[in-house]
Design a protein around this ligand. Structure first.
Ligand SMILES: [Cu+2]
Length: 331
C-alpha cells in the first residue's frame, strides 16, 4: 500500500481509495474520479482536492438507538442497489453515570456506532473518515475481498472506502481492528450490520441490543457494562412494548475481557435464530450463551402486562450496568 500523505489521493487497487480530509470537492466529484479509475485497467495515483466529512449531529440516546436503522443513501449503479454510508471516527467523552466521564473512540460521536442495514445482494459502500486523532479501521464480518477486510490502519485525517456485497443475510457486526483490538473495541468502536434476507422477515417490533463493557481504569477488566452504550439506561427508562406484539431482537455481545456473556429475559421464552442466518428458529429458551462477537435474532411476545427484567445471567455483569426492563403495556 502506498505511504499516506495528507494532501494526496492515492487511487490504487480495486474497491477502495483514500482522500485527504477537509473541505472542497464534493463526494460526487470524488466518486466520479474514483469510478473513472475503477473502470480503468490502469493502476495509477492522482491528487485531488479534499472532501467534506459527514455532518456533525447530536448522537442518539439508547432509546432512539434501539429502533434506529441506518439504511444508507441508496443509489443505482450498473443495475445494482448501492447503499452508501458515511461515518466519522471521533474521540469524545461519554458520561457513563453520575461519577464517570469516559473518553470513547467512536463513530459519529455515538457508542455503539450506527446500525447499518441492507438487503442481501446490495452493494455496501462505507466511507470512513478518521478524525479521532490516531489510526483506526472498520473490519466488517461477512464475506468480502481482502482489501475490504478493514485490518489496515486508516490514519488520522484520512478517508478509506470499504466496499463489498451484502452477504450472507444475518446479524453481523463491525469493529475497529487496530491493535490492541480489545482496547479499540472497549473504547467504543463497534456496531451492528444487519443484512436482511431477500424475502423480508414478517412484521415485528424490531430492536437492537449490543452488550458492551468498559475498562475504566485500564486494568484489562471491565468495571462497567451496558446495553447500547449507557450503563443502566433501560433500568431507568424501561423499553415500552405492546402486549402480545412480536418482538424481534437483534442481539450482539461485544463484551471484551469476559469470555462469555449470557442473555436472559424474565417471565418468558424466546425463539433463537442463530446468527440471524436462518428463517426458522433453532430452539426455544430463556437464556442464551454468547462469546464475544456472537449474535442472534431472538423473537418473543409478552402475554401479560408489567415490567420484566432482561440481563446477562452473570449477575456481576448485570449489576454493573448491563440490565434493563421491558414495560409491557396494553395495545
Ligand atoms: Cu480503533
Amino acid at each position: 500500500m502506498p505511504s499516506e500523505k495528507s494532501d494526496n489521493l492515492f487511487l490504487h487497487r480495486r474497491h477502495f481509495l483514500k482522500l485527504s480530509l477537509g473541505t472542497g470537492l464534493g463526494l460526487g466529484g470524488a466518486f466520479s474520479l474514483w469510478q473513472m479509475w475503477r473502470d480503468s485497467s490502469v493502476s495509477r495515483s492522482k491528487t485531488i482536492a479534499p472532501v467534506s466529512p459527514p455532518p456533525t449531529s447530536a448522537p442518539p440516546n439508547p432509546m432512539t438507538f434501539l429502533r434506529n436503522f441506518d439504511y444508507g443513501t441508496i443509489k443505482q449503479e450498473g443495475g445494482k442497489t448501492v447503499r452508501e454510508f458515511r461515518v466519522e471516527a471521533r474521540t469524545s467523552p461519554l458520561q457513563l453515570n453520575k461519577a464517570v466521564s469516559y473518553i470513547t473512540w467512536n463513530l459519529n460521536g455515538q457508542v455503539p456506532g450506527p446500525t447499518f442495514r441492507a438487503t442481501e445482494g446490495d452493494r455496501i459502500r462505507v466511507i470512513f473518515y478518521n478524525r479521532a486523532g490516531h489510526s483506526h479501521s472498520l473490519h466488517f464480518h461477512g464475506i468480502h475481498t481482502a482489501d475490504a477486510d478493514g485490518v489496515k490502519p486508516v490514519r488520522n485525517n484520512s478517508v478509506f472506502i470499504y466496499e463489498f456485497d451484502a452477504k450472507p443475510y444475518g446479524v453481523h457486526l463491525y469493529h475497529c481492528h487496530i491493535a490492541p483490538v480489545t482496547r479499540h473495541i472497549t473504547k467504543g468502536l463497534y456496531g451492528m450490520l444487519i443484512i436482511d434476507p431477500p424475502q423480508p422477515r414478517p412484521p415485528a417490533d424490531e430492536m437492537v441490543m449490543i452488550m458492551g463493557g468498559y475498562d475504566i481504569n485500564e486494568d484489562r477488566k471491565n468495571e462497567l457494562y451496558a446495553f447500547n452504550g449507557l450503563p443502566d439506561y433501560y433500568m431507568n427508562q424501561p423499553i415500552a412494548i405492546e402486549k402480545e406484539r412480536l418482538i424481534r431482537l437483534y442481539l450482539l455481545n461485544m463484551i471484551e475481557y469476559d469470555p462469555v456473556a449470557t442473555f436472559h429475559i424474565h417471565a418468558n421464552f424466546f425463539q433463537v435464530y442463530p446468527t440471524g442466518m436462518t428463517l426458522t428458529p433453532s430452539h426455544t429458551s430463556d437464556v442464551i450463551t454468547m462469546g464475544t462477537a456472537e449474535r442472534h435474532i431472538l423473537e418473543f411476545a409478552y402475554p401479560y402486562t408489567g415490567k420484566y427484567m432482561f440481563h446477562p445471567h452473570q449477575d456481576d455483569i448485570a449489576e454493573s450496568g448491563c440490565m434493563g426492563l421491558f414495560d409491557v403495556r396494553e395495545t
